[in-house]
Design a protein around this ligand. Structure first.
Ligand SMILES: NC(=O)c1ccc[n+]([C@@H]2O[C@H](COP(=O)([O-])OP(=O)(O)OC[C@H]3O[C@@H](n4cnc5c(N)ncnc54)[C@H](OP(=O)(O)O)[C@@H]3O)[C@@H](O)[C@H]2O)c1
Length: 285
């Protein structure tokens, strides 16, 4: 957006955290609990790109609150006269799902459609790039463990998109008109088993990949989580994966191949564990 000459500011939960673009992008707190302030902050804004969400339910945050907060954001945007919203959802959202992530995303897609604000809904499956958590932590596990377990048969699929391809898509969509929904997937499709094998080979840690019952994989993930004071993977994430929710039958929207990106980043990927909860702690302090 900056390269295109637009002026940009960010709404964030962590205005105090340093960022390379800090000098060029003002940051404003979300103020979900003060809708008037939020609407005031959005006055004069033509496009809102919404990435706000929480990854899992936790004692400090949860999906239900994230849904409410996002509704407050949409209402504030409407009051402020925002002309377009580019909203980040996920592949296969579904209001009827009993998985709070996919239910919440489905509910918000409906809220946005009913808002009357012109919009694009972007539905990524998995993002990868610098600062990534999921792909990095699979590599982290492959570096440390003699073997790697996949939940069940491991045949459910994922279609990762590079974060810069995704950002370019969001910028393009901010300049279109009308309402659109885009399956924001990358050019490669992997089964979860293939993904683990490919990452292992690319970082020179090829490991035997075998099936484990989902409960066993969850318990192993909990142990990693206890070790790092984090959530490595939640039961809902395992169920969502196994329901094939990170796969859609659509043309790719990104060009960068995960397999090539991993080769380019093979030396650094997975060297350190990427901790979701520590990031959130940092955001609060
Ligand atoms: N990452 C993926 O693989 C993936 C896959 C499919 C869909 N998506 C979607 O893509 C969007 C961006 O995802 P991301 O992984 O890049 O998220 P992120 O950068 O970790 O977070 C995006 C925004 O949500 C806020 N946020 C995240 N967790 C929060 C928490 N626990 N409490 C309060 N605020 C929180 C962040 O706050 P700060 O401003 O403080 O950083 C930030 O404003 C989301 O809508 C997500 O559902 C991501």
């Amino acid at each position: 957006m900056l390269e295109n000459g637009h002026s940009v500011f960010t709404l964030t939960n962590s205005p105090g955290l340093g960022h390379p673009l800090r000098e060029r992008i003002d940051s404003v707190p979300f103020n979900f609990d003060q809708p008037d302030k939020l609407a005031h902050a959005l006055a004069g804004v033509s496009v809102l790109i919404n990435t706000y969400w929480v990854r899992f339910d936790h004692r400090r945050f949860n999906h239900a609150t994230a849904v409410q907060n996002t509704m407050v954001l949409f209402t504030a945007a409407k009051r402020a006269g925002v002309e377009r919203i580019v909203h980040v959802s996920i592949t296969n959202p579904e209001e009827g799902s009993d998985l709070p992530y996919f239910h919440g995303k489905g509910r918000l897609e409906r809220a946005l459609r009913e808002s009357g604000i012109a919009h694009t809904i972007l539905r990524p499956a998995v993002l990868f790039g610098d600062g990534d958590i999921l792909i990095n932590n699979i590599a982290w596990a492959l570096r440390r463990l003699p073997c790697f377990g996949v939940f069940g048969d491991g045949e459910y699929k994922l279609q990762p998109i590079h974060v810069e391809d995704f950002a370019a898509l969001a910028v393009n969509e901010s300049m279109t008109t009308g309402n659109r929904t885009v399956e924001a997937i990358g050019p490669e499709t992997f089964t979860y088993r293939e993904l683990a094998q490919m990452i292992g080979q690319s970082i020179s840690c090829p490991r035997p990949v075998f099936s484990v019952p989902p409960w066993f994989g969850y318990v192993a993930g909990r142990m990693v989580g206890w070790w790092h004071n984090d959530e490595f993977i939640t039961q809902e994430e395992i169920t969502g994966l196994m329901q094939n929710r990170l796969h859609v039958d659509a043309p790719p929207a990104g060009r960068t191949k995960l397999s090539e990106w991993i080769k380019q980043n093979a030396d650094s990927l997975g060297r350190t564990y990427a901790n979701e909860l520590a990031r959130r702690q940092g955001a609060r302090s």
